[in-house]
Design a binder for this molecule. Structure first.
Ligand SMILES: NC(=O)c1ccc[n+]([C@@H]2O[C@H](COP(=O)([O-])OP(=O)(O)OC[C@H]3O[C@@H](n4cnc5c(N)ncnc54)[C@H](O)[C@@H]3O)[C@@H](O)[C@H]2O)c1
Ligand SMILES: N[C@H](CO)Cc1c[nH]c[nH+]1
Ligand SMILES: [Zn+2]
Length: 438
């Protein structure tokens, strides 16, 4: 059992709690050393702008460039990537983009207002951000799907200026990423990544425009930098390594489930993949599938590392205990691989995205089902939501008093303001009481 790739847990084990906590605790991976290095990168970019970005890109992505033009891709270059793709890939990108757009159109909030009996109008006006910065990860793997997932909701929200950054280690451009940027309607791409890209978007440089908000997932350097610049700009969330939590009733093919776990484990050595079941024999079968199928993967080493560090097959007493664990873990992706997912989903309170039934592989959501794949991780689904149109918009309150409304509200405001000893507030409100009768 010891030399197996994935840990085995049971709620009956006396040390279950501490072992589970160790698996869930990703934040502790963010060491003081990383924080220090990110702080100094941000300070450098603030101080020296483009020169720092160029130097840091040389150091971390091994790109030997002299000026920012070599780190800039124009709309023409993106169109060229689109034209050069095989038809099958163009088709797949277009289908995914259409489905993601259709889903996000439904999220679009409307401005609203209503009128009170005395003619006072109250409402809420929704406006898009002027400029959004989209971080597309590109260190260990390139993510064309993340381009679509980040850019399309911004467009649907009405953002006019979208600046995309994506690292291209060793100068290798990924044509699918560029084509996805084209199909999603991006006009400007800078081939930079890591904390230096986040800092450039947050503070602006001679070449890179300062944005209002930075969205998109990334590694620990990206996440730490986003946390550091929050306040200077908005951010969507701190997205950690990918996670999957599967609840299985024992009726799904163990090979399918093993591959579902691998699908997230292959992102990163820090990714988390867990399966919970109350069927001990089924867990054994999944363990056997894992051992047999793991060597067949292209990214077997990453998967092995991730499963041994943050992977687990968890035996619980029953369905109730499984659901209570789900709500405690608040996973990024939850697969309910059970006969009656509708019944179970009623009891799920915290999860980024819920994949219901044996046929709904999480991987479909990563690419083309329609909902966003940028999701809260590390338990933050307790208080945050998938990336969406609402992340690219803000709301302003609208208040228009009729003369009568100003009198009624003025009396109430005056009392409250005097209670706070704020006499200018009180007199400002009182000035308008019965002003139409003078
Ligand atoms: N939540 C989501 O929707 C989602 C989607 C796709 C990917 N992801 C996650 O995003 C992450 C992508 O990570 P990645 O590394 O492949 O790409 P990345 O683009 O996030 O990071 C690459 C950059 O990290 C910087 N970097 C690397 N080593 C450094 C060092 N020692 N010091 C300072 N900077 C350094 C470099 O500048 C490099 O450009 C993975 O964890 C993956 O699971 C999440
Ligand atoms: N599973 C990732 C989010 O956690 C998204 C992704 C992109 N490509 C494949 N998967
Ligand atoms: Zn994925």
């Amino acid at each position: 059992m010891d030399n197996q790739s994935i840990q085995r847990l049971s709620t009956q084990q006396p040390d279950f709690e501490s072992r589970l906590n160790a698996l869930l605790d990703w934040e502790s991976v963010s060491s003081a050393e990383i924080q220090q290095s990110v702080d100094s990168i941000i300070a450098d970019v603030r101080r020296r702008g483009d020169a720092a970005v160029i130097e840091l890109t040389r150091r971390f992505d091994r790109l030997d460039v002299q000026d920012m033009s070599a780190l800039t891709l124009t709309a023409d270059r993106l169109a060229q990537a689109w034209e050069g793709l095989p038809e099958e890939q163009r088709q797949a990108l277009a289908v995914a983009a259409d489905r993601i757009r259709a889903y996000h159109e439904r999220q679009k909030p409307e401005s609203w207002s209503y009128q009170e009996a005395d003619g006072t109008m109250l409402g809420q006006k929704v406006t898009p951000l002027d400029r959004a910065g989209v971080y597309v990860p590109g260190g260990k793997a390139a993510y064309p799907s993340s381009v679509l997932m980040n850019v399309i909701p911004a467009h649907v929200a009405g953002v006019e200026d979208i600046v995309m950054v994506v690292p291209t280690p060793d100068g290798v451009l990924n044509e699918l990423v560029l084509a996805a940027a084209h199909v999603a309607g991006v006009a400007r791409v800078f081939t930079i990544g890591g904390a230096q890209a986040v800092a450039a978007l947050a503070y602006g440089t001679e070449t890179i425009p300062k944005v209002d908000k930075i969205v998109g997932p990334g590694n620990i350097f990206v996440a730490t930098a986003k946390r550091a610049v929050f306040g200077q700009v908005g951010i969507d969330m701190i997205a950690g390594p990918s996670e999957i939590l599967v609840v299985s009733d024992g009726g799904t093919d163990p090979d399918w489930l093993a591959m579902d776990l691998f699908s997230q484990a292959e992102h990163d050595e820090d990714a988390q993949a867990m399966l919970i079941s109350w069927d001990a024999r089924h867990l054994e079968a999944v363990a056997e599938s894992i051992e047999r199928l793991l060597p067949t993967l292209e990214r077997a080493e990453i998967v092995r590392a991730s499963l041994s560090r943050r992977g687990a097959l968890v035996l619980v007493d029953d369905e109730t205990q499984a659901l209570s664990l789900v709500n405690r873990i608040a996973p990024e992706h939850l697969e309910l691989s059970v006969e009656e997912p509708q019944r179970l989903v009623e009891q799920v309170r915290h999860a980024g995205a819920i994949f219901m039934g044996r046929y709904t592989a999480e991987a479909l959501g990563d690419y083309c089902a329609g909902p966003n794949h940028v999701l809260p991780t590390s338990g933050t689904a307790r208080f945050s939501s998938p990336l969406g149109v609402y992340d690219f918009q803000k709301r302003s309150s609208l208040i228009q008093c009729s003369p009568q409304g100003a009198s009624t509200l003025g009396r109430t405001a005056s009392v409250l303001a005097r209670g706070e000893s704020l006499t200018a507030h009180a007199r400002s409100a009182e000035n308008r009481i019965d002003s139409d009768k003078h």
